[in-house]
Design a protein around this ligand. Structure first.
Ligand code: VGL
Ligand code: ZN
Length: 204
């Protein structure tokens, strides 16, 4: 296998009909000062804004997901879960960052809304698959937080459901509960056939 086909290679890319931008969990609690701040999480926002511009300029749709837990969610420490309380529906911590330039008409997908169920994938317990199918979407361009949780699990489901996936390598960051989780997640996504792109690889 030559270098050009190595799975970790960055590809030139362009977005067009059948493509969607899936902006994942750019919520205050995952950003600096938040309850579950992801290291470097803020850095992806200006990059995502440029991807958003590129999609909007081509008349393509943008979806934004949000972690949207009820109070007392099973994933919180107080309930014996792995995380501090975060992204409680309707709170400031659960709100999208005001620095994120979501366009009018953005479809918002709320996930992990049931008290007794964790859901890292944006497909789990949501209408995302039905919505994308109804819109004839075949390719998902995914960026956001966190690489090793929501992004990874969403990509697993997307590939299983038959979507082509492009991971925005310059617009994701990992929680890294264990060092290397982000790297392992990126490798698994590549192994699943997700392609890795960066903004600079966009063809004119
Ligand atoms: C997530 C940790 C806790 C995520 C959600 O969406 O990546 N990570 N809850
Ligand atoms: Zn959560």
């Amino acid at each position: 296998m030559g270098p050009a086909t190595e799975p970790r290679d960055l590809e030139r890319w362009q977005a067009g009909p059948g493509d969607v931008l899936l902006v994942t969990d750019i919520q205050n609690d995952f950003l600096s000062g938040g309850r579950l701040a992801v290291t470097g999480g803020d850095e992806v926002i200006p990059v995502l804004n440029r991807y958003i511009n590129a999609f909007v300029a081509r008349g393509l749709s943008v979806y934004a997901t949000r972690d949207w837990h009820p109070q007392g969610h099973c994933s919180f420490h107080a309930q014996g879960g792995p995380w501090p309380e975060h992204c409680v529906a309707g709170t400031r911590g659960a709100a999208f960052s005001t620095a994120l330039a979501l366009p009018p008409g953005t479809t918002v997908i709320s996930k992990a809304t049931r008290p007794d169920r964790e859901a890292y994938s944006s497909f789990e317990g949501t209408d995302l698959d039905e919505d994308l199918r109804a819109a004839a979407i075949r390719r998902i361009f995914i960026g956001g937080l966190a690489t090793d949780y929501c992004v990874l699990n969403t990509v697993r489901d997307a590939r299983r459901l038959g979507y082509e996936v492009f991971v925005l390598a310059d617009a994701i960051r990992a929680v890294e509960v264990r060092a290397g989780d982000g790297q392992r997640a990126e490798q698994e996504m590549a192994d699943l056939g997700a392609r890795r792109i960066v903004l600079d690889g966009m063809a004119e």
